[in-house]
Design a binder for this molecule. Structure first.
Ligand SMILES: Nc1ncnc2c1ncn2[C@@H]1O[C@H](COP(=O)(O)OP(=O)(O)OP(=O)(O)O)[C@@H](O)[C@H]1O
Ligand SMILES: [Mg+2]
Length: 252
């Protein structure tokens, strides 16, 4: 059995990449084979795992139909974690994909021959609901939505849920929401507590129990090209991502 998770929210800077990289790392640490696919031209997940962002072939070549996905898979410093890197030219796919009929299925089709080699595949989406995110949502079985514990947290979530329903109806009936995860939560502030309460009451059942705290170690880990669980295995951020990985696995 292999499960594909898309980490998506069209809002920028809410912790998608941080969640994708660290969730992937925690699952790999438990010795499951994990594939992370970087679907964002910013290539933050690629760089955050210590890889250069000019790799070739990259996910762009795969989506363009110029390379099989298998050829774009690279090893990372973590034994059980492989990555399909992004490169800046992926931005071009936003223009090119819509011109090709049926291009929403490109990633799903490219992934099909290899997906059973990995127990988990994690797709790091860009901050938009454009063709790259649509490709990820069509290829995915489940979506995880990181929600930053800030004032505007709820804004845009209704639109995101509408898009998910549309994709379920039109393109991918298997797609379900695994959950929303509150990120960058500062437990000392009243605001973070209020936002958490509001998100939980708006979306009962949907929000993971685990809350990811705002944590300096999480923020600095990418500059070392490492997931936080390697940068500082015992910090609060690492504890939280291990806890989230357990919850994700338990929800199935
Ligand atoms: N829990 C946290 N504590 C501290 N810093 C964090 C935390 N989570 C994320 N960050 C930092 O916040 C910034 C945004 O996080 P991240 O890149 O994961 O968001 P994103 O949703 O992927 O952004 P984008 O929409 O641009 O792809 C990054 O600098 C990241 O290191
Ligand atoms: Mg990102």
């Amino acid at each position: 059995m292999s499960t594909v998770y898309a980490i998506a929210n069209q809002k920028g800077g809410v912790g998608k990449t941080t969640t994708a990289v660290n969730l992937a790392a925690c699952i790999a640490e438990a010795e499951y084979e994990v594939l992370l696919i970087d679907m964002d031209a910013q290539a933050n997940a690629t760089v955050g795992l210590g890889l250069p962002k000019d790799a070739s072939p990259s996910v762009y070549d795969v989506l363009a139909g110029d390379a099989p996905l298998e050829q774009a898979i690279q090893r990372t410093a973590l034994e059980h974690l492989a990555i399909v890197p992004a490169s800046p030219d992926l931005a071009g796919a936003n223009v090119e994909l819509p011109r090709i009929g049926g291009s929403e299925h490109r990633l799903r089709d490219a992934l099909a021959p290899v997906r059973d080699r990995f127990a988990f595949t994690i797709l790091d989406c860009p901050p938009s609901l454009g063709p790259l995110t649509v490709n990820a949502l069509v290829a995915a079985d489940r979506v995880i939505v990181p929600v930053q514990a800030e004032y505007y947290a709820l804004e845009g979530l209704a639109g995101l849920l509408d898009t998910l329903s549309l994709i379920q109806r039109e393109l991918n009936p298997r797609l379900t929401i695994a959950g929303m995860v509150l990120t960058m939560h500062d437990g000392r502030t009243r605001l973070a507590q209020d936002v958490e309460q509001e998100v939980r009451s708006h979306f009962p059942q949907l929000v993971f129990e685990t809350v990811i705290p705002r944590n300096v170690r999480i923020g600095e880990a990418p500059s070392f090209g490492q997931p936080v669980i390697h940068h500082d295995p015992h910090c609060a951020g690492s504890d939280a991502y291990f806890e989230l990985a357990r919850e994700v696995a338990a929800r199935g």
